[in-house]
Design a protein around this ligand. Structure first.
Ligand code: PLP
Length: 396
């Protein structure tokens, strides 16, 4: 077994070897610019991008023309939030989002607030879910967009997006969802769920970093952030990263074909990990709903241990904690605090993100390592009996 064992799939995933294989010819042989219309190098690149666009669209139940390639979910979120705000300036100046969103939603919203927009942050229940009633109460005549993530990147909870979209649509407000953590792991169907804008990133579903997409339903107005050659129907100018887009398409195809079976396997591994921790560690609790949850996520808090020592001691597993390291200070996660956890419990948390390449043996090893470490951290400090002879002469 290779150590440390990677279980940080919410941060990024390993690129599937099948994805790497699909990408390679687009560096060396088919290196054309997808915007070159005069020769076969360009045509080859353009055809590959079209195929990838169709693959990404199919993963989420969209039409290919509704998919705009970007550099990742951060950019897609910025484009959705700022682009819709700009395009609907004459209709209103209010956006509704949620306290537990990723920074890639919260920070663009903070920027818009500086520019005079009003932003409402919905609270979540103790299980991490937003209620349709709280969304209903926050909507007003000035609301131009609702942005609620599909799967949370820390606690893995799945928001009831179809109900929430229904509430928004009853007020003629479009709904955006950050689905970066969702698309590879839970079924996503923009038509069935009534989603108007949806952000994706390839590196959370076994594709390369630096490529993503924004789904924009036909008819939803979005202003571009990047002006230039008019690529992506004018919504996102800049020469397309063809190898990465090809990899994204291949990764989307693999997820579509294997997701359902893989979800069963991951849920079994996740439940096994939880069972083992729960059985041998008193004071361990799950953060977030265990039912409305993506199959690959486990987030636990361990009472009575120091969060810093916990993560420092867990050298066999690459996991992450409920802390954001802002410069040198450890700050507890805004997501866990929104659930009502105090600082100590939020800091003494571990996020496990299981993935396609994890095995049962790895789960068992990590569970054993966590249990052994927690027992060691909880053991009382040893007391040494110091005899006179052991003391330095000056102290006798
Ligand atoms: C990873 C992640 C992002 C950022 O995606 P990038 O492609 O790395 O910019 C945004 N939102 C969520 C929920 C994420 O998990």
């Amino acid at each position: 077994m290779d150590l440390p064992i990677y279980m940080d799939g919410h941060a990024t995933t390993r690129v599937d070897p099948r994805v790497v294989e699909a990408m390679l010819p687009f560096f060396s042989d088919h290196y054309g610019n997808a915007a070159s219309r005069q020769h076969r190098f360009g045509w080859r690149a353009r055809d590959a991008v079209s195929a990838a666009r169709a693959s990404v669209a199919k993963l989420i139940g969209a039409a290919a023309r509704e998919v705009c390639f970007t550099s990742g979910a951060t950019e897609s979120n910025n484009l959705a939030l700022k682009g819709v705000a700009e395009a609907s300036r004459d209709r209103g100046n209010h956006i509704v989002t949620v306290e537990t969103e990723h920074r890639a939603v919260l920070d663009p919203c903070a920027r818009l607030a500086q520019q005079g927009l009003r932003i409402s942050h919905l609270p979540v229940r103790a299980d991490g879910l937003v209620t349709p009633a709280s969304l209903e109460a926050a909507l007003g005549p000035e609301t131009v967009l609702v942005s609620i993530m599909l799967v949370n990147n820390e606690i893995g909870v799945v928001q009831p997006i179809r109900e929430l979209a229904g509430v928004a649509h009853a007020r003629r407000v479009p709904l955006h969802t950050d689905a970066a953590q969702a698309a590879g792991f839970v079924p996503v169907d923009v038509a069935a769920a009534g989603i108007d804008l949806l952000s994706l990133t390839a590196h959370k579903l076994y594709g390369p970093k630096g490529v993503g997409a924004l789904f924009v339903r036909r008819g939803v107005a979005v202003a571009a952030l990047m002006d230039g050659g008019g690529h992506e129907a004018g919504l996102r100018s800049g020469t397309l990263n063809v190898p990465a887009i090809v990899g994204f398409g291949r990764a989307a195809d693999i997820c579509r074909e294997e997701r359902a079976g893989e979800a069963v396997r991951l849920r079994r591994l996740r439940d096994r990990l939880w069972e083992k921790l729960h059985r041998s560690l008193p004071g361990v609790s799950v953060n977030g709903s265990m039912t409305a949850r993506a199959p690959h996520n486990l987030n636990v808090s361990i009472a009575g241990v120091n969060g810093e020592q916990l993560l420092a001691g867990l050298s066999d597993a690459a996991v992450s904690s409920g802390a954001a390291c802002t410069s040198s200070r450890r700050e507890s996660s805004h997501v866990l605090r929104a659930l009502g956890l105090d600082d100590a419990l939020a800091l003494a948390s571990i996020r496990f993100g299981l993935g396609r390449f994890n095995t049962e043996a790895e789960v068992d090893h990590v569970a054993g390592a966590v249990c052994a470490l927690v027992k060691q951290l909880r053991a009382p400090e040893p007391i040494f009996e110091v005899g006179d002879d052991d003391l330095p002469a000056a102290w006798r």
